[in-house]
Design a protein around this ligand. Structure first.
Ligand SMILES: Nc1ncnc2c1ncn2[C@@H]1O[C@H](COP(=O)(O)OP(=O)(O)O)[C@@H](O)[C@H]1O
Ligand SMILES: [Mg+2]
Length: 320
């Protein structure tokens, strides 16, 4: 018996996932070559057709390297859309990651969300299950099934009884509130939690935030201090107004990444100050000094760098 085909083009090869709202199939393009596989997402309940249409609209308006594009879709008689099949590891398998790798993934996610926010789309369901990876380890955001358009006159499609998003990643203002205001800050909260997850493979539990700011506890590694102080405290916080916008978060993430790179590969004139993050190190002339380090037999020769702004001094073993 021939297997089921959608739109006379997409032949089902196997069921891949199933959720409350949708079936996810691996399909083959009958118009393509022998070896081609895509993902077909089929809506289970036709009552949700408006939301599904919105999901397709949103994705089509977001052409970005870290957002899965739609290859084909149909709303009638059976609503489905087709996207590329991203077979890389899932985030759960990748975490926990070293800080720089985590920040590199995070930066791309923030870039994609900043792009979506600019186009007035709020994802509203950012969580590890909705992030897949391609063969080159590039993170890709999927599942705009709960997205919200920040356009004037945009209607709500979610009834008040319908749970929105995952508990761990849901912004506090959405919990239990009657018609809470939907703002881009909802995604920023989830992004902060995703960064924490990528680093530790653990969720920040809500209680930690409600009991006060316990994020300091994360900073047992010096590199993580930047992240807890400068990212988590401006993302995973109760008040949405205290959260960064996506574009500011992107800039901050790039700055922190740069600082960490320079922290681990120091000693270059022209690099950013590790302390104030704004000035630039200049090599101090004639400061190659023989210095006896306590407990070390030999004299060491150090190069000395001074920040142009805050005068922070760094010295590194080695001759110029
Ligand atoms: N394009 C894709 N490539 C790889 N896996 C995918 C793709 N689309 C969906 N999946 C997998 O299927 C799951 C469910 O798909 P998703 O679009 O999130 O549907 P739902 O709205 O039902 O959560 C995802 O968590 C992911 O594991
Ligand atoms: Mg999903």
């Amino acid at each position: 018996m021939p297997s089921k085909t959608y739109g006379e083009r997409w032949q089902i090869l196997r069921q891949y996932k199933e959720s409350g709202q949708s079936h996810i199939f691996v399909v083959r393009d009958l118009h393509g070559g022998e070896r081609n596989e895509f993902i077909l997402k089929r809506l289970k309940n036709k009552n949700r057709i408006k939301r599904f249409e919105r999901e397709i609209d949103a994705i089509q308006s977001l052409e970005h390297p870290n957002i899965a594009p739609i290859v084909d879709f149909s709303l009638d008689p059976c609503p489905y859309y087709v996207s590329n099949f991203y077979r890389g590891p899932i985030l759960e398998e990748k975490a926990p990651l070293p800080v720089l790798e985590a920040l590199t993934i995070f930066e791309q996610l923030v870039d994609a969300i900043a792009f979506a926010h600019e186009r007035k789309v709020i994802h509203r369901d950012l969580k590890p299950e909705n992030i897949v990876f391609d063969e080159n380890d590039k993170p890709i955001i999927i599942d705009f099934g709960l997205c919200y358009f920040l356009k004037e006159g945009s209607t709500r499609l979610t009834s008040s009884s319908e749970p929105i998003g995952s508990h761990y990643y849901m912004a506090p203002e959405l919990e239990g509130g009657q018609n809470p205001k939907i703002t881009p800050a909802i995604d920023i909260y989830a992004l902060g939690k995703i960064l924490y997850f990528i680093l530790f493979k653990k969720h920040i539990v809500r209680e930690n935030i409600e009991e006060g700011n316990r994020l300091e506890r994360l900073s047992y590694k010096s590199q993580l201090e930047y992240i807890s102080e400068r990212i988590l405290k401006r993302t995973v916080v109760l008040n949405p107004d205290d959260r960064y916008t996506a574009s500011d978060l992107l800039i901050e993430t790039q700055n922190i990444k740069q600082l960490i790179i320079e922290h681990y590969y120091p000693g270059l004139a022209g690099s950013k100050c590790r302390y104030c993050g704004e000035g630039v190190y200049k090599e101090y002339p004639k400061a190659t000094l023989p210095i006896r380090t306590p407990g070390v037999e030999q004299d060491g020769t150090f190069r000395v760098f001074v920040c142009s702004r805050c005068m922070n001094v760094q010295w590194f073993l080695g001759e110029s």
